[in-house]
Design a protein around this ligand. Structure first.
Ligand code: GLA
Length: 735
């Protein structure tokens, strides 16, 4: 395992436990060519692997056909303008206006451990746990250096990649495009799997074959977005949930991005993930550097289950930080769907009093507590407590909540400014806008220009003052509109193309301050639900509110898509009231609980107004949470059946890392004809072990192979949307 440079062949080989990645230096110009990425291999023969014996020859042997070489060669990090007409990884404009750069290998370093990326979220691992390769390439004419960075981890099949550009020349250059990773492969009839949606409909899976030309996804919204998720998998047509080859890439970034695949004239695929190019242009003065965000690549020959397992473990070990990353989170109750803007201290305390009796551990006060905020149209930016609503102030409320034995959490939307706010009246130029034009409002608000230091500092001072004023133990950090009208009064004309990325750097800086200065606070990100659910935000908050749609049945597809790459411990999920506020559907309280248990778990309803029956169920659900959350948070997750595909039922399973227990959750979406039981084939068990299966009022003992190859029999339950859970305990352990 690790990284080896074969000096004689000039080949780099990166090994993870089950994969290999190879590239090599060729020709007198030192082109870096991609060789292979996939299942682990042992060889590294240069001439054979790089196919340099095939026409067109490398330029040193056939200069006459240099262009056809460049347009075919699998460049490891292709550049724009040189005659490789496929998508470039790096497009640079010189001070003279030429768009051309070419990279030659200069040197490399291999070291134990991994560096951070300044100002950006990035995966991490201690020395001895990971090995990093940095390849230095240069464009001598421009005086530009590019460092391509690759890290492999001893416990993971994920490879972390990014690129950094340094201007060592005498003139300013402009970066017009920079990707985090580029990968050339032979097309094996690849199909792309992506996650799509809109507000309250995040992360629905879509699979389609790659065609010739460009295809891909991205965001120009300034946030990763509800619409296209910053993730793509390429897989062969035969690949299924359980078997076959899958390549995955996801961004550790929360702003504008692009993930694209291009099928060339020769049937090869060039696959790239990085910053979105259209709204981006970064001026790099002599002596300055620019770092791309990180991309996480993975390969599995065990179908989507393999990819999911790798990403879940990787995010848990190498992205999530802070005190709560491995800890059970408090069961919370959030007042948003209970009261919306209409609450005061007494109302919140009445909810807290009832909730405390039922085993709920934290009250979260959502939107509406600050400035003159009585609806969506005012006060964002005025982060001081509205004492008309909260008589006695925040500290009184929090003390009273604490007296009940509960923690207290609070909502902010720090990146925004309402036109009707003291902040806007004092600093109208702090809203992102193109001078002389009226910017578009969304949800009655503008976006703060966080590319400006004074704006970041002002927001921080206000947020910090609130957090220091009372015993706040949780923050919900919301962000409820995309960026447009991209103009900043803090940037000169030639730097306006930097705004969207600089905005993200401002957001990251604010969140870094929050997690370092308030290490005991549990941070949950949110962007109108899952509008900014990505590995970048997970670096700051171990959980993200996954959707404003709290309907248990809608949530099945949303949580299935989200759990394709993110661990269940990161997925914000609550039980809410029925008829559901987003879709008007009624589902059993029990089922709502089972679906929310597959996430962070909490409530979003008025407990003072629900039936005694529902209250009893909350106590049962709280007990289930305490019984199963360690397993759900830490275990291996498997998708067993998808209601989005079969339209009948949904089923997922979690198996403890030690193999001693497993939890199977089954939700009926439609009553099947004939009232027949269903056999679902489980995964991740030991074939020869015996398991005691508790659930549906029955207890049976079955072997692992029966449960995996014949199946677990799920009795039919009357009524749509019924849910059932089954707890499996390995018998040796139970006795
Ligand atoms: C967003 C969030 C909700 C809630 C509201 C408050 O829509 O996703 O959970 O906090 O804002 O305005």
């Amino acid at each position: 395992m690790g990284i080896v440079y074969y000096e004689q062949d000039r080949i780099f080989k990166l090994d993870t436990p089950r994969t290999s990645y190879m590239m090599g230096v060729v020709d007198k110009e030192g082109f870096l060519g991609h060789i292979y990425y996939g299942k682990k291999v042992s060889g590294h023969e240069l001439a054979y692997l790089l196919r340099t014996e095939e026409p067109p020859f490398v330029p040193s042997r056939n200069e006459r056909d240099r262009l056809s070489f460049l347009d075919k060669f699998p460049m490891e990090y292709p550049t724009h303008g040189i005659g490789d007409f496929r998508e470039a990884a790096l497009r640079v404009r010189s001070a003279a206006g030429h768009k051309f750069c070419t990279l030659s290998y200069v040197s490399h370093k291999i070291f134990s451990g991994k560096k951070g990326i300044e100002g950006l979220p990035a995966s991490f691992a201690g020395e001895g746990k990971c090995t990093t390769l940095e390849i230095l390439c240069r464009d001598a004419h421009l005086g530009m250096e590019v460092v391509l960075s690759y890290s492999v981890f001893e416990d993971s099949d994920v490879i972390a990649r990014h690129a950094e550009v340094a201007n060592q020349g005498r003139e300013r250059i402009f970066l017009e495009k920079i990707v985090s990773m580029s990968l050339d492969m032979d097309n094996r009839c690849f199909e792309a799997l992506t996650l799509h949606g809109s507000w309250a409909r995040e992360c629905h899976r879509e699979r389609r074959p790659l065609g010739r030309g460009f295809q891909g996804i991205g965001s120009r919204r300034g946030i990763s977005g509800h619409q296209d998720h910053p993730f793509m998998a390429l897989m062969t047509p035969a690949t299924s949930q359980e078997s076959g080859e899958v390549y995955g890439v996801q961004m550790v970034y929360s702003g504008n991005y692009e993930i694209r695949a291009e099928v060339s004239q020769f049937g090869t695929v060039r696959w790239q993930a990085g910053l979105e190019g259209e709204d981006f242009c970064w001026a790099l003065e002599p002596g300055e550097r620019f770092a791309s965000p990180e991309a996480l690549l993975t390969y599995s020959d065990r179908g989507l289950d393999g990819m999911t397992g790798s990403y879940h473990d990787f995010i848990r070990c190498h992205i999530l930080r802070g005190e709560y990353k491995d800890r059970k989170r408090p069961i919370l109750i959030n007042n948003w769907e209970a009261t919306y803007f209409d609450f005061d201290t007494e109302k919140l305390l009445s909810i807290a009093r009832e909730a405390a009796k039922l085993g709920i551990e934290m009250l979260v006060m959502d939107d509406g507590w600050f400035g003159n905020r009585r609806d969506e149209f005012r006060s964002l930016g005025d982060w001081y407590v509205n004492e008309e609503k909260l008589k006695g102030g925040l500290s009184y409320l929090v003390e009273e909540v604490n007296k009940l034995g509960m923690k207290f959490g609070i909502w902010f939307e720090p990146e925004m400014i309402s036109p009707d706010s003291d902040l806007y009246r004092a600093h109208p130029d702090w809203a992102i806008a193109v001078p002389g034009r009226t910017p578009s409002m969304a949800r009655g608000q503008y976006v703060l220009d966080l590319s400006r230091r004074e704006v970041v500092d002002c927001v921080w001072e206000q947020v910090e003052a609130v957090l220091r004023s009372a015993n706040v133990e949780y923050v919900k950090w919301d962000m409820n509109r995309p960026l447009c009208d991209l103009g900043s009064l803090g940037l000169p004309p030639e730097r306006q193309g930097e705004l969207a990325h600089r905005y993200m750097l401002g957001v990251y800086e604010l969140q870094e301050r929050l997690v370092t200065r308030f290490p005991h606070i549990l941070l949950e990100n949110c962007a109108s639900g899952g509008g900014r659910f990505d590995a970048g935000m997970l670096y700051y908050s171990p959980q993200i509110w996954c959707s404003d749609d709290t309907d248990a049945i809608e949530r099945l597809a949303i949580q299935e898509g989200t759990a394709l790459i993110y661990p269940l411990s990161t997925i914000g999920a609550h039980v809410s009231n029925c008829p559901n506020h987003a879709v008007g559907r009624n589902t059993p309280f029990e089922t709502r609980g089972y679906v929310a248990l597959a996430g962070t778990f909490g409530y979003e309803l008025d407990v003072t107004r629900i039936s005694e029956e529902d209250k009893e169920m909350i106590q049962e659900q709280a007990a289930l949470y305490h019984k199963y959350n360690d397993l759900i948070r830490e275990g291996d997750y498997y998708r067993i059946a998808s209601a989005a595909e079969n339209h009948l039922y949904d089923c997922w399973q979690v198996v403890g890392k030690d193999g001693k227990e497993s939890l199977v959750t089954w939700i009926q979406v439609l009553c099947g004809p004939g009232r027949q039981s269903h056999m679902v084939r489980l995964k991740g068990l030991e074939e020869s072990a015996r398991y005691r299966v508790e659930g549906a009022g029955e207890e049976v003992e079955l072997s692992g192979d029966i449960l995996m190859y014949v199946g677990l029999r799920i009795p039919d339950r009357r009524g749509d949307f019924a849910g059932q859970v089954f707890h499996l305990v390995r018998v040796e352990e139970a006795e």
